[in-house]
Design a protein around this ligand. Structure first.
Ligand SMILES: Cc1cc2nc3c(=O)[nH]c(=O)nc-3n(C[C@H](O)[C@H](O)[C@H](O)COP(=O)(O)O)c2cc1C
Length: 214
């Protein structure tokens, strides 16, 4: 397949270094609100890139579940391939791409597990069957011989934990917070002369912005 004739001109917005807020969190939340208002499907879905001791990067989608004062939180299985990468190397990047707004946001930072009690609280807020699903996928990214094995396990869990019962929160499942160290906002512009503003943290309350060549 050849895509060399496929080209769009990006003309939906501008990003001006002189008018961006001092805190990147403010801009990130504004952009997220705009993505939600534009009905971008799951704008909180992000590509998470990790790299373990083998120096081979891997990337996958996870769902951001919270923007905190210091970073962003997602939930996963700690025994997964990504969990192993993170245990070996806490540095990671995430990427949001909102085609409808011609925007991307790129976040770089270090990852750490959140408190087990906070993970358990969120686990119990999830739909009952999703809670059971977390128990099926252990270890996540491990090989399974066929789908029937997973479905049998799910049926067994459904009978062990009927709808009104409490599903225990697994120790192998929970949240990670990525503490933001730098965050780049990209706004597509005509003729590939895009706007890129990157914030890097000086200290707890102060950020420096730079414009980057597109
Ligand atoms: C839209 C979408 C949302 C997803 N959300 C999550 C998530 O929040 N947590 C998660 O562990 N996996 C999520 N996944 C699955 C991951 O992309 C991935 O397949 C899984 O976590 C295993 O990754 P790993 O083998 O790199 O650990 C999602 C996939 C898609 C396509």
């Amino acid at each position: 397949m050849d895509f060399t004739d496929q080209r769009l001109s990006y003309e939906k917005g501008v990003l001006d270094q002189n008018s961006v807020p001092a805190s990147p969190f403010e801009l990130f939340k504004t952009w997220m609100d705009e993505a939600l208002a534009q009905k971008v499907k799951e704008p909180y879905a992000m590509s998470l890139a990790t790299c373990g001791a083998d120096n081979k990067p891997s990337v996958r989608i996870v769902l951001m579940r919270e923007i905190t004062e210091t970073g962003i939180v997602f939930y996963t299985n700690y025994d997964s391939a990504k969990g192993r990468d993170i245990a070996e190397n806490p540095n990671a990047e995430v990427l949001f791409f909102w085609n409808e707004l011609e925007r991307q946001v790129r976040i770089s930072g270090s990852i750490a597990k959140i408190d087990a009690s906070k993970s358990a609280d969120y686990f119990h807020k999830r739909p009952h069957d999703s809670q059971l699903g977390a128990w099926i996928s252990e270890p996540q990214s491990g090989e399974v011989a066929n789908r029937a094995i997973m479905e049998d396990k799910f049926d067994q869990l459904k009978s062990d934990y009927p709808k009104d019962s409490v599903v225990p929160a697994p120790e192998f499942w929970g949240g990670y917070e990525i503490t933001i160290e730098s965050i780049e906002f990209w706004q597509g512009r005509a003729n590939r002369v895009h706007d890129r503003i990157v914030y890097t943290q000086d200290d707890a309350n102060s950020w420096t912005t730079k414009r980057l060549l597109p």
